[in-house]
Design a protein around this ligand. Structure first.
Ligand code: SF4
Length: 387
């Protein structure tokens, strides 16, 4: 990489954080593919957890913190009891005055109208519903306990509550799923009229039940060629239905792109609270303790539960910023990157960008660079190569 590198924070890292992630870890049961920081719910644990969240926010939120986007993720936020939702709404109220988007993740089986209406009072205007599939046998394989009829009921709850934006998640390349099954899933999904769709390839993460099943020879992942074919089918179907494919896994109708995730893709600062939550503040990445009880104990002792801190070197940060930008359809905008980092990406990364271009994975104009269709299918491999 030619030329002098910035030594301190990049300009983008000095910006005031405008995004808040709140982790709600409770789930009715653990799905066999999941590696998120989750925990079983009981009322006493919920009360301790919400108390700790409030303390952590008070201790770590920058003075006058007024995020533009708030994301309630998990876990399953809607798994909280009704009193738990009440408490969550009260403790987050001081932070939502300027929010332009407030998202909640929900499970089709446990999204109740009374809980969502309370969350609407907080400003929740976007619901991300984990549909994953509509075929009973695939839901069974995924260890999900909801059925297509639960998704239909949850969609009705979301629409009746007047929520601006509904996102549905779909998982593809599940063992036993071929193009016919995926086509059927996509048809059912489109019939619900979502504003946004997130499509994820099933991956087997370490320390999950699927990982153990694979080690025992009980689970076979689909080949990368089949995964790419299924992804291509999903992409073509959703684009034909009028969705913009605006990030590798994300599709939106006009005006419904996720504003919160844009913060991550632009590598901008954000605050994350709750067990296992990550933050990116003033050039430092940090992670909270994953275990709920450990998290609660640490917050009560010191106001925070950070167990890992990391400062990437400038070159690593720049590469990460390039790669994240390439995941989006907007791509890497030369002038914007220069403003955000003080570096000309065309000069600094000519070798990497040129190599991707010669392989047909990247296209470039004088103003911006973006992944080709084949590049999008190989985005994760490109990230590994790039980083
Ligand atoms: S519901 Fe979501 S967060 Fe909870 S265990 Fe299943 S995949 Fe993980």
């Amino acid at each position: 990489m030619p030329g002098p590198l910035p030594t301190a924070c990049l300009p983008l890292e000095r910006l005031t954080p405008r995004a808040l992630y709140v982790h709600l870890p409770f789930c009715a049961r653990r799905c066999p593919y999941c590696d998120f920081a989750t925990a079983p719910l009981d009322a006493a644990r919920e009360a301790r957890y919400l108390g700790a969240l409030e303390l952590e926010l008070r201790a770590r939120a920058p003075t006058g913190f007024r995020p533009w986007t708030v994301y309630l993720g998990g876990g399953t936020p809607t798994e909280l009891t009704t009193p738990g939702i009440e408490r969550l709404v009260e403790l987050l109220r001081p932070y939502v005055a300027d929010a332009r988007e407030v998202t909640v993740e929900a499970n089709p089986r446990t999204l109740l109208a009374r809980k969502l209406l309370r969350l609407r009072e907080l400003g929740v205007d976007r619901v991300s519903l984990g549909a994953q599939s509509f075929a009973p046998e695939l839901l069974e394989t995924l260890g999900r306990f909801h059925r297509a009829v639960d998704v239909a009921r949850a969609v009705e709850v979301v629409r009746e509550a007047g929520v601006r934006s509904l996102s549905l998640d779909l998982i593809f390349a599940v063992p036993g799923q071929g193009p016919r099954e995926l086509r059927a899933d996509l048809e059912q999904l489109l019939a619900f009229g979502p504003d946004h769709v997130s499509v994820y390839c099933l991956t087997v993460e370490a320390e999950t039940e699927f990982h153990r099943q694979r080690a025992r020879g009980e689970l076979r992942e689909q080949s990368s060629t089949r995964q790419a074919r299924l992804f291509d089918l999903a992409r073509r179907t959703l684009r034909a239905a009028g969705f913009e494919h605006y990030e590798v896994s994300s599709f939106a109708r006009r005006g419904h792109r996720s504003r919160h995730n844009r913060v991550y893709w632009r590598n901008l600062p954000y605050l994350g609270v709750g067990n296992g939550a990550a933050s990116h503040l003033q050039g430092e990445r940090s992670h909270n303790a994953r275990d709920v009880d450990d998290y609660v104990a640490r917050v009560h002792a010191s106001g925070e539960a950070t167990v890992e801190r990391e400062r990437l070197d400038p070159e690593a940060k720049l590469k990460e910023t390039v790669y994240l930008a390439l995941r989006t359809s907007e791509g890497l905008v030369r002038a914007g990157f220069q403003r955000a980092t003080g570096v000309d990406a065309w000069e600094a990364f000519e070798d990497e960008l040129g190599r991707l271009e010669s392989l047909g994975l990247l296209r470039r104009s004088p103003r911006r660079a973006w992944l080709s269709g084949r590049g999008v299918s190989l985005a994760d491999a490109i990230a590994r190569e790039f980083l």
